[in-house]
Design a protein around this ligand. Structure first.
Ligand SMILES: Nc1nc2c(c(=O)[nH]1)N[C@H]1C(S)=C(S)[C@@H](COP(=O)(O)OP(=O)(O)OC[C@H]3O[C@@H](n4cnc5c(=O)[nH]c(N)nc54)[C@H](O)[C@@H]3O)O[C@H]1N2
Ligand SMILES: Nc1nc2c(c(=O)[nH]1)N[C@H]1C(S)=C(S)[C@@H](COP(=O)(O)OP(=O)(O)OC[C@H]3O[C@@H](n4cnc5c(=O)[nH]c(N)nc54)[C@H](O)[C@@H]3O)O[C@H]1N2
Ligand SMILES: [Mo]
Length: 675
């Protein structure tokens, strides 16, 4: 991003035209980032709560008062019977910068002895599945997709959530590539693909096995690649034999012809690329779904070509020095770990020890965490001391005892990696912080000082932290350095232009091979092979629940929001118009629902209200609510997470947002709820 500043004020923002992945194109949200930075709704000074929890009423205090109070409360809790583990940090991806995301904050909580947070709300299921097969979060270079001849977009809607990949996919299409979307929903992306396979949520592993079955049966394998660079093929083939096309079609709820066509395409068109993403990870079997898909490229030798293979995340290509940034050596003892995807239950658990204080930054759990009723009940506890560091007065900020003002990206120093492309980035502050806003690093630096933590690492400046973020001596960082990064904004990792990481094996697994069979997972008590793990909530697996709540519910990202970020700014909300539910004409007709109706979506966990849009973009049996709306700005103070649950995935202990059965009723029906 290039920012033009006049008299200390940012007046224009645009993409850097020299950056190879973006070519200067910004997504719809970041293109209007100045609206965010200069919004009149910014929190600009520290505040203390004056109303009841959740009411959102605050009075201004000074930074010194705020930090003094936090330090005293934390010290008292740490010294109490419950100890420092009863203090919990809660953060995720408000900023994904390496130092504002995870450096001084972690040092502080480690030194304090606070509970650790398992950051599972987005990507850990897929990561566990992918890493078990491939060895690390490494895959194709996103820029190579333009040279692919077949692209499977599997559980992803890049037009909304990954624009710069989509640019390459479009280029490939112009050059004659075939595009296939695998997604229960006809997203903007699926609409532009040659084929759309609208499978039932959480059935991706079955489809992957169906493809394997046919590749093997029709002998469309790269035997040489399999022999040299993989382990466990015979066992995998035996499992794939169980997944006949008919069984797969039945499990996935799709025509058998689509299974056959997908397998033939994948077995014949080269090079074939798979962009797999987060959609498939959000059901109970998400880890194994990714695991099964991750096996496919090796079977056909797709990795041989830079434009073949698969990409989930590129994050493991970056030599990040998390140990230097986070300093786990400061930890006292072995604190427990709280799973952020089950924060509702954790806050309501009275034992071992109870959570007595929570410090939220870079996250908005009241809106984004599953099972809102429990999350709200937890944050509403009068005996919970809650600090929130935020740019805006979010749903979560309303529950703060102390509310602190945070800077935006334009006002802070940072250094970035990526989970898509292969460039290191510097974030130079363009303007001075607005009001009394402070970056995360400075808040924890000052808090550490208040608490008397005198280790030298607590005085590291942001510059010093940025210097520590990369292992510069790593071969992949060769030629990169912080001074050049600051000057130029970006530098490509030291990987070849035609990057084909596994063209000759060299998988970063312990066997150095692609592991269809995982000894590591077996040792942890898992199936050594990928398996089909169906959703917990589905007609196939829980008929009693499905009788009451027959519709599968998914809540993927809305184009104009970034999770719950931007969902408070009028220009962005105007684009999304209103919280809505897309529902298939047959499902709508059965319920007497027409477009524009106010409808209630509900299950045993809760309910929320939206406007219905009857459309065959939603497949029969699946309803779709683009998310994540701020609850207090939605129609009835609730959003999609009113109905999602806290159950965790098969691998990676991640959230299962899209493993969720609901019923939908027109609000004008007999169980009308007050609006
Ligand atoms: N505009 C925008 N961009 C974003 C975000 C945002 O909120 N808004 N969020 C960012 C973040 S944090 C993330 S993690 C990424 C997410 O990036 P993606 O994973 O690409 O997320 P989506 O674009 O929603 O694509 C997920 C697609 O998966 C589909 N899906 C749902 N369930 C299933 C399933 O069981 N199987 C399959 N095959 N598909 C399924 C959904 O219908 C949806 O179209 O995007 C990032 N980019
Ligand atoms: N129903 C449903 N729920 C979901 C998802 C879904 O698809 N459906 N997606 C899930 C996914 S993929 C993710 S990643 C999570 C995301 O969950 P979160 O990480 O909580 O993401 P945001 O909602 O964007 O909230 C980030 C907050 O951090 C604040 N912030 C930004 N920069 C800074 C900073 O520098 N300092 C501080 N202190 N604060 C800052 C922003 O103002 C914003 O309020 O949500 C998950 N929740
Ligand atoms: Mo995410």
């Amino acid at each position: 991003m290039l920012v033009t500043v006049e008299n200390g004020k940012a007046v224009e923002i645009r993409g850097d035209p020299t950056h190879p992945t973006t070519s200067g194109k910004l997504c719809t949200k970041v293109a209007r980032y100045l609206d965010r930075t200069y919004s009149a709704d910014r929190i600009l000074h520290p505040m203390r709560r004056i109303g009841r929890k959740g009411a959102g009423r605050f009075a201004r205090i000074s930074w010194d008062e705020a930090l003094q109070e936090i330090a005293e409360r934390f010290a008292a809790i740490a010294a109490s019977h419950d100890g420092p583990q009863s203090i919990v940090p809660y953060s995720y991806c408000g900023t994904m910068g390496l130092i504002q995301g995870s450096s001084m904050d972690r040092r502080f909580f480690h030194r304090l002895g606070a509970s650790l947070l398992d950051r599972t709300i987005c990507a850990t299921a897929g990561k566990a599945g992918w890493v078990s097969v491939i060895g690390a979060s490494v895959g194709m270079d996103l820029e190579q997709f333009e040279n692919s001849r077949l692209i499977l977009i599997w559980g992803s809607n890049p037009i909304t959530s990954n624009l710069h990949l989509w640019t390459r996919v479009q280029e490939a299409k112009r050059r004659g590539a075939r595009l296939v979307a695998i997604d229960p929903y006809r997203s903007a992306t699926a609409e532009k693909c040659h084929e759309h396979i609208a499978l039932l949520p959480g059935t991706d592993a079955a489809l992957a096995f169906g493809v394997m079955h046919l590749l093997i049966a029709e002998n469309r394998l790269d035997r040489d690649y399999i022999d040299r660079y993989t382990v466990g093929f015979e066992a995998l083939a035996a499992r794939a034999a169980e997944w006949t096309s008919a069984r797969v079609a039945d499990t996935c709820g799709i025509p058998v012809e689509q299974v056959l066509r997908l397998a033939r395409d994948y077995g014949t068109i080269k090079p074939a690329a798979i962009r797999l993403n987060y959609g498939m990870q959000r059901a109970y079997g998400g880890g194994n779904a990714v695991r099964a898909v991750a096996c496919l490229p090796a079977l056909v030798g797709a990795w041989r070509d830079p434009a073949g293979g698969a990409l989930l995340s590129s994050s493991g290509t970056f030599p990040i020095d998390h140990v230097a940034l986070e300093r786990p050596d400061l930890m006292r003892g072995a604190p427990r770990t709280i799973n952020m995807s089950a924060i509702g239950d954790a806050l309501l658990d009275p034992d071992d020890p109870p959570i007595r204080a929570i410090f939220v930054y870079n996250s908005n759990p009241l809106a984004v965490a599953p099972d809102s009723a429990k999350v709200t009940q937890g944050f509403a506890r009068d005996d919970l001391f809650c600090v929130v560091h935020e740019i805006f007065q979010t749903d979560t900020a309303d529950y703060a005892d102390i509310l602190l003002p945070a800077t935006t990206q334009l006002e802070q120093t940072d250094i970035h990696s990526s989970y898509g492309h292969l460039y290191a980035l510097a974030n130079n502050p363009a303007i001075a912080p607005l009001g009394e806003a402070l970056p995360n690093t400075e808040v924890f630096r000052r808090l550490a000082a208040k608490m008397g933590f005198d280790e030298p690492c607590f005085s590291d400046s942001d510059e010093a932290l940025a210097q520590q973020a990369y292992r510069w001596a790593d071969p992949r960082a060769q030629g990169l350095d912080w001074e050049t990064l600051k000057r130029d904004g970006w530098q490509r990792l030291n990987v070849p232009t035609a990057y084909a990481p596994f063209s000759q094996g060299n998988f970063p697994t312990s066997s150095r091979k692609c592991e269809f069979w995982s000894e590591k997972l077996r040792a942890q008590g898992h199936d050594p092979l990928p398996e089909v793990v169906l959703p917990r909530e589905s007609a196939a697996t829980n008929t009693a629940l499905a009788a009451r709540y027959p519709l599968a519910f998914i809540s993927p990202p809305a184009r104009n929001f970034l999770n719950s970020s931007f969902a408070n700014l009028p220009g962005f909300v105007a684009e999304e118009k209103t919280p809505r539910l897309e529902i298939h004409p047959d499902d709508a007709h059965q319920r007497g629902i027409t477009t524009g109706d106010v409808v209630r979506i509900f299950n045993d966990r809760g309910s929320f209200t939206v406007i219905a849009r009857v459309t065959n973009r939603a497949r029969r049996g699946v309803v779709v609510a683009p998310s994540i709306w701020w609850r207090k700005l939605a129609l009835d103070g609730e959003n999609a997470n009113a109905v999602t649950g806290q159950a965790l995935t098969d691998l990676g202990r991640a959230a299962t947002f899209y493993d969720c059965l609901v019923e939908v009723a027109s609000i004008h029906a007999k169980d009308r709820q007050p609006l």
